[in-house]
Design a binder for this molecule. Sequence first.
Ligand code: HEC
Length: 103
Amino acid sequence: MKIYSTILSLIALSAISSVHAEGNIEHGQKIFNRSCALCHGKQAEKSAMGQSQIINTFNEEKIISSLQDRKSGKIEGPGNRVKEGLSEQDMQDVASYIQTLKQ
Ligand code: HEC
């Protein structure tokens, strides 16, 4: 009995954490193609305006914190206007989508 409930709670835990770890890739793709690709490239493979790093090399955490720092104004950049319009969920979704662009 005890072992069953332990196994069940482990399954439940991993299901919850996988939901949190992954954004909605489809939604992220929409955001990316509409609001990011123009500067960062369709595959996130360009240096935006010759100033940014190549963001398809970034992991999710690094993308999300980069976006948060620009939304809050901690880092100033010519792409900040569009970053100000992103919700936390948008940031997660677009960060997950960018992971699919890694070569
Ligand atoms: C108008 C052009 C433009 C658009 C549109 C744009 N960016 Fe940027 N982005 C830049 C520039 C220029 C930089 C480098 C300057 C800076 O640090 O903000 C940058 C920096 C970044 C960085 C940090 C890269 C580094 O060098 O550390 C990330 C991550 C990023 N952008 C993601 C996005 C995402 C995701 C979107 C779409 C929601 C987006 N950007 C839209 C121009 C743009």
